[in-house]
Design a protein. Structure first.
Length: 253
């Protein structure tokens, strides 16, 4: 049975997921997440939720309370200072690079075995142990990740991972809402209609005017008019220029 080993953690996780949006401060959110992980028999803690840069050696892209949020019971500032120093010396963290390639949670012990790290390459794991983290569950989600800590080697059932990963995913989603910086659109870009943006998006994907017309059940002439109006509003000299400006303005993903 999927939930048989987590009779206490499951209802706590459901309560957390239902109420995550009510937590308006990162510290509140992490505190509520730890209430879930403490229900595990090994009383797991929460180390942090953080946004991993696209390359682990880009240390300048990370900072506390901007992209890295530590639980208040973990000595985050001291740990982070040592982490940055060692990561710079070692040209990045193997565990962060490994986590970026994974789509499911894994323990630190499992990662160390998979990476076959020895000697100085184990610096990240050794650093965590200096701060009382013997093992942990690493939950990666897109560019964000959550780390649960344990003072002993972890023995997790599949159901444990499901519950903790579910709660971590909701925590990451709410964290993104809390720290996201609204992006201001240029005045000209904001005047584009939804149909003009949609037509530009399909052209950026290589679709012809005839294919776009069929997709929206309109005529190719109407498609051409939408593109011309979009080019005029974006002050673009041609269609490729309009697509490039729309992408740069954040209108096209």
């Amino acid at each position: 049975m999927l939930w048989s080993s987590v009779p206490k953690m499951r209802p706590a996780a459901f309560r957390f997921c239902a109420g995550a949006a009510t937590h308006r401060q990162p510290d509140q959110l992490l505190g509520a997440l730890q209430e879930v992980s403490r229900k595990h028999p090994q009383r797991l803690g929460v180390v942090a939720v953080w946004s991993i840069p696209y390359r682990s050696y880009r240390h300048d892209m990370s900072s506390i309370n901007r992209t890295v949020y530590f639980h208040h019971e973990f000595p985050g500032e001291e740990f982070w200072a040592e982490y940055l120093k060692l990561a710079q010396e070692r040209d990045g963290s193997a565990i962060d690079d490994y986590g970026r390639t994974m789509s499911h949670p894994f323990t630190l012990t499992e990662a160390m075995r998979a990476l076959r790290l020895t000697g100085p390459a184990r610096w990240y794991f050794n650093l965590l142990r200096d701060y009382g983290v013997r093992d942990g569950l690493y939950c990666p989600f897109r560019r964000w990740t959550t780390l649960f800590s344990s003072e002993r080697p972890l023995h997790l059932e599949r159901s444990d991972r499901h519950v903790l990963s579910m709660a971590a995913a909701i925590a990451v989603e709410q964290m993104e809402r809390l720290v996201r910086t609204p992006r201001r659109r240029p005045i000209t870009a904001s005047r584009l209609t939804e149909r003009q943006i949609a037509v530009l998006r399909l052209r950026s994907h290589g679709k012809t005017n005839v294919e776009i017309a069929a997709a929206f059940a309109i005529s190719p002439v109407t498609v051409r008019n939408h593109l011309r109006n979009a080019m005029r509003k974006l002050k673009a000299k041609d269609l490729p220029h309009a697509v490039a400006k729309a992408i740069r303005d954040g209108l096209l993903s």
